[in-house]
Design a protein around this ligand. Structure first.
Ligand code: SF4
Length: 517
């Protein structure tokens, strides 16, 4: 018979979402109404992902402040515009979680904790750091917020234990940094925040390392042939009205300065629109006409207007419907914040425990808890040990001094000492398998008092196993050559006795060792 364990693994996607779909997270800065570049570069893909993945999509308003901290007057209205575009494009709050970053304060909390462990050099080496400072030379970006934005991004992703982050090639370095931050954080804190899956197995990580979901999205040139961007004034809005759409496309540059020139649709903004929005037949006709100079650009543009309008008209109409129901949009935002808060809080509870940050409530509970019976403490001499082995020997020696010498001690295994008085048994044992204590006792004993060393480097933790509980499960504990195997594991701040019916918390039974003296 095996001991049954209750398992709590934060990295499982079943825990919060109630679904086994892989988790994905992505965000957009609130720059106002989205343009077609935002749509084909990300949003279109998000709409597909929401039916196959558990998606968290957020408006990154704190990120906007990393570069635009001087004038925040349009932050709220821009956030709303982005939401309207998302809803218009087909993001469905029933299928995905849509929220505003600053509505989930846990992002900032995790960012602060990450900033404690992240070497400065990691951030200074981020390729976009210097590059963006040069590109935005008119802004003073010598701020901590700008240097630390990849770390805030790491917190955004890791707080949801995301499996994947949809990115283009240029964003892969950011995901790699995120993975490194997760690894470093886990190295420091993982063991203390999670349960242990089983003897001999490594503890599961506190924070999951996500993968970059490399997404090939079509490139979309702006009307002047450069990358489409609002700051270049060369964009077409996703919700562009038909008249304005036609006007903009008619005014676009082309790849054929003269009518007799042969062109290449790959290099032309209008050709680009055909590649994305025209059906295959139209695209073939335009491509042939352009490369052979058999159609006029003005005619090609008219067809591009038709194809683009056919695609964005339903988006524009849905957007208008949502815009006419502001309360409904606010309800979506509020609901998204609640869902995101619940998922983020699950991670943060484990993180706070792991970092030893306790809530006011738990401190109050500790203060008002009835005084524990006298406990056996490790002698100070253990602190002066030069090695874990020496410390362990000193701890053991101190323990032996305090327990009545009248009770003979038996050393069962190198790390386990047992003393008995009548039918009462005292055990001193060190953790052997990543926080799992396992020891054998004679099946004649009924009451078990255990003194547990957390590991060979740490002071003892002393507990008394509840005699009634031990008796209740006595027959079901695993037997090993006439002895009974008792197994205790750490589950976060709880210490659990493994029984046949599940794990039972035992830390409230703090040591009263008078029975042994
Ligand atoms: S024919 Fe069309 S794709 Fe070719 S250069 Fe003219 S506008 Fe661009």
């Amino acid at each position: 018979m095996r001991f049954r364990r209750t398992r709590h693994n934060l990295t499982s996607n079943m825990t919060t979402s109630g679904t086994s779909r892989p988790r994905v997270l992505s965000g957009m800065r609130p720059t106002g109404m989205l343009h077609l570049g935002n749509y084909v570069g990300a949003l279109q893909n998000w709409v597909k992902l929401q039916s196959t993945h558990k998606c968290f999509f957020f408006v990154a308003d704190w990120h906007a402040l990393t570069t635009d901290y001087e004038d925040t007057s349009r932050l709220a209205s821009n956030t709303l515009e982005v939401f309207l575009d998302w809803l218009g494009a087909g993001l469905d709050p029933k299928q995905c979680t849509m929220f505003v970053q600053s509505h989930v304060k846990q992002h900032a909390e995790l960012h602060v904790l990450f900033s404690m462990v992240t070497p400065l050099g990691w951030l200074e080496r981020v390729p976009t750091y210097k590059e963006q400072q040069q590109n935005m030379a008119t802004k003073d970006l010598s701020t901590y917020g700008f240097l630390g934005y990849p770390l805030l991004q790491a917190a955004d992703i890791l707080i949801y234990q995301a499996d994947g982050v949809p990115v283009g090639e240029d964003q892969v370095a950011h995901v790699e940094l995120t993975r490194e931050v997760a690894r470093r954080f886990n190295q420091f804190y993982s063991r203390r925040g999670t349960s242990h899956e089983g003897a001999g197995e490594p503890a599961p990580p506190l924070i999951k390392e996500p993968q970059a979901l490399l997404t090939k999205t079509p490139k979309l040139l702006g009307l002047d042939g450069r990358k489409m961007s609002k700051s270049y004034g060369n964009s077409i809005l996703l919700s562009e009205e038909p008249g304005k759409l036609a006007e903009k496309i008619r005014g676009s540059v082309t790849d054929r300065p003269k009518l007799s020139d042969k062109g290449n649709p790959d290099r032309c903004p209008v050709g680009n629109l055909h590649q994305i929005f025209s059906d295959p037949e139209r695209l073939a006709f335009i491509t042939a006409g352009c490369t052979q100079a058999s159609i006029k650009c003005i005619d090609c543009k008219a067809v591009a207007v038709e194809s683009t309008e056919a695609h964005i008209a339903p988006i524009r109409e849905r957007r208008k419907q949502f815009a006419s129901q502001p309360d409904e949009v606010l309800r979506v935002i509020r609901h998204g914040a609640q869902e995101a808060n619940a998922a983020a809080e699950e991670t943060m509870q484990a993180v706070r425990r792991a970092v030893n940050l306790f809530s006011l409530e738990s401190m109050e509970t500790a203060i008002h808890r009835p005084a524990a019976p006298a406990r056996i403490r490790v002698p100070e001499t253990a602190a002066s040990a030069n090695s874990p082995e020496e410390r362990y020997q000193l701890q053991t020696a101190g323990w032996l001094e305090k327990v009545s010498q009248a009770n003979p001690l038996r050393k069962d295994k190198p790390q386990t000492f047992i003393t008995r008085k009548g039918r009462k048994v005292g055990v001193h044992t060190a953790a052997e398998n990543n926080g799992a204590w396992k020891f054998l006792i004679s099946d004649r004993a009924l009451n078990v008092l255990a003194l547990l060393a957390e590991d060979r480097d740490r002071y003892l933790r002393d507990f008394i196993l509840p005699p009634k509980l031990v008796q209740e499960h006595w027959k079901t504990f695993l037997r090993d050559e006439g002895n009974v195997v008792i197994e205790i594991t750490a589950n976060g701040k709880d210490v659990m006795l493994a029984t046949s019916t599940g794990d039972v918390p035992i830390q409230q039974y703090e040591g009263d060792y008078s029975a042994l003296q």
